[in-house]
Design a binder for this molecule. Structure first.
Ligand code: FMN
Length: 129
């Protein structure tokens, strides 16, 4: 089993997209590896497009990378970064969802406040002060 317990979306999902990459697929500038940055950008657009099509797309990190690679015969030097669980939005909240999932289906999860990560001039100098 490749999925961590608690990822109940998977049970009724129409499709799982496996997002993978390799550090040599993108540029390395002074030891800064850009493949994760670009994979994240591509994934974000994929999620936006799925949403535009009226679907629901949940990225997850709760999976066993070795098991995913074995099942799909993905080479060892390639990293599986995320699985995107895609499905149609249900009109009802399914009982098999975890309590947390049920809650976040109704109220979107909180986001970090802007002042926690957006600074001006110097790190930790709040943009809002
Ligand atoms: C990188 C990443 C990994 C995630 N991994 C999991 C996961 O393993 N299990 C899970 O239930 N939700 C996971 N989530 C959260 C859901 O995909 C989703 O973001 C959450 O339900 C909130 O939805 P929203 O961000 O569209 O508001 C992850 C989110 C991100 C960005």
């Amino acid at each position: 089993m490749s999925l961590a317990p608690g990822n109940q979306w998977i049970n009724r999902a129409s499709m799982i997209i496996v997002v993978f990459s390799h550090f040599e697929y993108d540029c390395i500038v002074k030891e800064r590896l850009y493949y994760l940055f670009d994979t994240g950008m591509a994934t974000a657009f994929l999620i936006l497009r799925a949403t535009e099509l009226g679907l629901v797309a949940h990225p997850i990190a709760g999976f066993d990378e070795a098991a995913v690679k074995k099942t799909l015969e993905i080479p060892n030097n390639v990293r599986v970064i995320s699985l995107i669980i895609i499905g149609k939005k249900s009109q009802k909240i399914h009982p098999e969802l975890t309590d947390l999932m049920k809650t976040t289906e109704i109220n979107r999860p909180g986001r970090f406040p802007l002042k926690k990560f957006a600074f001006i001039n110097k790190y930790n100098q709040s943009i809002l002060e």
